[in-house]
Design a protein around this ligand. Sequence first.
Ligand code: KG4
Ligand code: ZN
Length: 338
Amino acid sequence: MKILAIESSCDETACAVVEDGVNVLSNIVATQIAEHRLYGGVVPEIASRRHAESISQVVSKALADASCTLDDVDAIAVTYAPGLIGALLVGISFAKGLALSSGKPLIPVHHIAGHIAANYISHPDLEPPYLCLVVSGGHSHIVEVLDRTRYRVVGRTHDDAAGECFDKVARTLGYEYPGGKFIDKASKIGNANAFRFPHPKVDGCEYDFSFSGLKTAVINLVHNSVQKGTELVREDVAASFQRTVCEILVGKTMKAAEDLGYKTIALAGGVSANTGVRDALQSACDDRRLTLYMPELRYCGDNAAMIGCQGYFDYLAGKRADQSLNGIATLSLEKISE
Ligand code: KG4
Ligand code: ZN
């Protein structure tokens, strides 16, 4: 079964053709990052306009790369939540148009479910149940993946998402938006033991995260050094910060795995591209004889192949949308598991 998938929830206009969930026939991602970089973050109005300008070409290219026409496709999948509402609506409207004109079924896909599904593309042997650490620009969750379409969120952030924290710290250190990958790069040459940053205390669930205290600690360190005129090696700050994030993410995930009895762990979301997070999680899993699955780097960030993959499993589970499908800015994984 071939699915044409569309993703436009943030600043990438993406389309893919995916066969039987895991066979990616094409995967086109048109990024708008260069333009948003001028403003230090994603400008929702610009994102919607750029999606509207490029979606038609992106979809045509995805079909051409897969040597397909719309006739060869069996269903249309589209990200409908969560995300920037204006951005989501561009993909949804285009997908609805394709479904209406072709008479093919329309499958609504949750963006975070898509990030988790990126693991099935890279590792078709991965079978739920497993525990997934989801870390992206907008979300930080520890999720029990009960089956391919049902989830229980056991940990979540009380403030910033991990990626958001990476980007804000990067900005303070003078790196371009989105700065996560520059922190990653700097960490390879910096001294990760140069600074001690706090592990924030979180009230409530012990698997929950809080990154705003860590972010503030780094910002204060940088501002104090500017005021005092002392020199700070930014690679050392980056490496010490990244080490702290890794300790927090890995510590909570391992605790949840132990308490809940999971032997299989997965990683997902844009921050899953981070070398430090990948290495730290891998060695923690090796120490405990847990099996870890991580997406290939090309499926870590936003893309439509992951939406086509999840769309396939959603299709098998009977999920369909009609022409009344709307975008939803905030929607938990648990809501779609009811
Ligand atoms: O999943 P994603 O592409 O978009 C959302 O759904 O939010 O995640 C984007 C986030 C950004 O914050 C970006 O800085 C971060 O992922 N990111 C990284 C790395 N590559 C991307 N963070 C740390 N290290 C990286 N190598
Ligand atoms: Zn994402």
